[in-house]
Design a protein around this ligand. Sequence first.
Ligand code: CA
Length: 239
Amino acid sequence: MTAQEHEGQQVLIVEDEPKIARLVADYLEGSGFATHHLDHGDGVLPWLATGRPADQGPALVLLDLMLPGTDGLTLCREIRQRWPALPVIMLTARVEEVDRLLGLELGADDYICKPFSPREVVARVKAVLRRTQGGDGTARGAGSDLVLDDEGWRALADGRDLGLTAVEFQLLKVMMHAPGRIFSRDQLMDHMYRDHRIVSERTVDSHVKKLRRKIGEIWPEREVIRSVYGVGYKYQPEE
Ligand code: CA
């Protein structure tokens, strides 16, 4: 992986210890990333809200658990709810929190335990981005031949257009950005309807059903969108 692949991609560093923040920023910038630093929990959601959802925001958030103001757990939960496709890596000194961080409720993409080496942070950031992004302007689900064409709002399976509606495209895009992550119906609903009009969970189910049927027409043997009983859905290209 070369530095150019990350050129211009921004990492938001939320960390109240200036030395750690500066060290991490230096290493990330040395690898071709742009960085932005916030040192107080209260500033994070407003800052993200100004950059999103126009794809002008950060590619990833490095989020310290213990912060002045709004704490890292609350922020992680809020980010997951409002920007489901934005990857979050938690920085924590509390190993006992790890299961919770990666669990469904908080849904962090990875965690790094303090103390850490800045090299390790850069490696983890790259790994999470590799998992959640394609390198060529399209999102490509790992291990699958499903490709999203963002400009044309099309999804191609083995090069064949699935003929998705805008809502189906959005659903697939959100899930494909985080393969294996389980999304609750609430989270999917938030992403489908930016104006937050009231829709029922059954609306989500019905859109997912149509999406799965369209994928199934091309790949009858594969089930890339899985339902997780009682919880929600996930994109899982492989067993
Ligand atoms: Ca801290």
